[in-house]
Design a protein around this ligand. Structure first.
Ligand code: HEM
Length: 455
């Protein structure tokens, strides 16, 4: 007999079979393996239990069990399921005190569709061109400040740069306004995205002491800035602005409340900051370990003729080093996923890198070969670093556009070399999976005038 919370399948030969997976007594070993070896421990679980397995643990409140999958045939049916069958918001609740209850991450239905309709056009390819100069300027300044000769970690620098960019795109923060915004936002994002932040969120009611209080204080400071900005714009409307907050405030139909505006702004800042910084850091880490690809990308960047190879590098990086490891979906009722019958309340998590490493989807799947994406658009649901379905990432085009521009500008500005020959480990932070050594590089030579600029 299987319990009603146990995913199962029925086969002609063996009758009802429970989904395989570790038992309770295996869990301490699994946790220790994850703490010690990070994502490699997840790979080991798939090798042991197959491409779909169950952990009999309620990882999230309100769920009954957890299913991890890397079977590529199950991605499309999961992502295309309706909101009546699958809840795509439940797993995001863990960060709701940051995003806010009205965040895109947490709502469904009419209001979700309406907000996406407002925000998508400015984040599509042609509209993004208006941000090209801003992004290149931030990237150029960043590359020129890299010290020569000594090892330097790119990831922390990319985090600062990416915050700069998302503050400009989401809120139109100008150079003069930066000093007011950057310190509290940096502190908030560091606290929110620290490796043990997720645990702190779960324990927040118990933890009536720092760092939770520190988080509340700095969150309050950031909210004061955002609400102040909204109030200023309500008092003196400016139709010329084209940042995301302006578009939300100018949208036709029922005006958004201050709280709704705050929640979307906070969502963009959190969703678009560390993910983008991590993608470009990994792209450079991967390129430096593949000299032929590095030479080709550098030649293209310096010729200024094309960005096709840079785009292929970004896509190949997102395939093998997706910044987000899993997305979470929760079944509302009994849900048939392929041959598996999932009971209500099952948290289903597609393991993104595992799907991308499937030999059924890609030749030589573990090899870093940007060429595979040259002149070839991956078929739907085969490249899913941005998730999929109704809640698919809203900033996917911006992320690729920004990463590509950063990569090309860095390659134009500096000759980079790896500090060590071995691959950097994949390390978990709160949300993103980042280069374990912070994407360490050494600048061999700055190009042209850049050499005179000090860090
Ligand atoms: C390489 C960079 C990025 C990666 C890997 C990434 C990844 C993701 C993933 C996996 C999701 C969840 C999708 C799902 O549940 O199916 C998501 C959602 C989202 N992302 Fe991104 N993201 C990136 C950059 C950005 C940027 C730059 C923005 C800023 C506009 C952004 C805004 C959002 C928003 C608003 C959502 C929620 C969408 C919704 O629930 O309707 N992301 N992202």
């Amino acid at each position: 007999m299987t319990s009603t919370t146990h995913p199962r399948r029925t086969t002609a030969s063996r009758g009802v079979e429970p989904m395989p997976g570790p038992g309770l007594r295996d869990l301490p070993g699994i946790v220790i393996d994850h703490v010690r070896h990070g994502e490699a421990a997840t790979d080991r679980l798939f090798e042991r239990y197959g491409d779909v397995f169950r952990i009999g643990l309620r990882i999230l409140p309100g769920t009954t069990s957890t299913v991890l999958l890397r079977d590529p045939t199950l991605v499309r049916p999961l992502f295309t399921a309706s909101a009546d069958e699958i809840d795509s918001t439940h797993a995001n609740k863990i960060l709701r005190h940051l995003y806010g209850e009205r965040s895109l991450f947490l709502i469904d239905g009419h209001e979700h569709r309406r907000l996406r309709r407002i925000l998508l056009p400015p984040l599509r390819s042609t509209a993004l061109e208006s941000w090209r100069e801003t992004i290149v300027e931030v990237a150029r300044n960043s590359a020129r400040r890299l010290p020569s000769g000594e090892p330097v970690q790119l990831h922390p620098r990319m985090l600062a740069d990416s915050l700069d960019i998302i503050l400009r795109i989401a809120l139109g923060v100008t150079e003069e306004e930066r000093p007011r915004w950057v310190p509290p936002m940096t502190e908030l994002l560091e606290l929110a995205l620290s490796p043990n932040a997720a645990l702190q969120m779960v324990l927040r009611r118990v933890l009536r002491r720092p760092p939770w209080e520190r988080m509340q204080r700095v969150l309050g400071e950031c909210e004061t800035l955002i609400y102040g900005e909204i109030a200023r714009r309500r008092a003196t409307p400016d139709q010329e602005r084209h940042d995301l907050l302006a578009l939300l405030m100018q949208a036709e139909g029922e005006p958004l409340t201050d709280v709704e505006l705050r929640d979307q702004v906070m969502t963009m800042l959190i969703a678009g900051h560390e993910t983008s910084a991590t993608a470009v850091s990994w792209a450079i880490e991967r390129l430096l370990r593949h000299p032929e690809a590095l030479a080709r990308a550098t030649e293209e960047a310096r010729s200024g003729d094309s960005d096709a190879y840079a785009e292929a590098v970004v896509l190949e990086t997102l395939r093998l080093r997706p910044p987000i490891a899993v997305v979470g979906r929760v079944t509302r009722g009994t849900f048939q996923l392929g041959e598996w019958e999932l009971p209500p309340g099952t948290l289903v998590s597609p393991f993104i890198r595992g799907i991308h490493e499937s030999a059924a989807l890609y030749d030589d799947p573990k090899a870093f070969r940007p060429e595979r994406f040259l002149d070839a658009t991956p078929p739907p649901y085969t490249l899913v670093p941005f998730g999929g379905g109704l809640h698919r990432c809203l900033g996917d085009r911006l992320a690729v556009f920004q990463s590509k521009l950063f990569l090309q500008t860095y390659l134009q500005e500096a000759d980079l070399a790896p500090v060590s020959g071995s691959d950097e480990k994949i390390k978990r932070k709160a949300i993103a999976y980042v280069p374990g050594d912070g994407a360490r590089v050494r600048v061999r030579r700055h190009a042209g005038a850049a050499r005179t600029i000090r860090a």
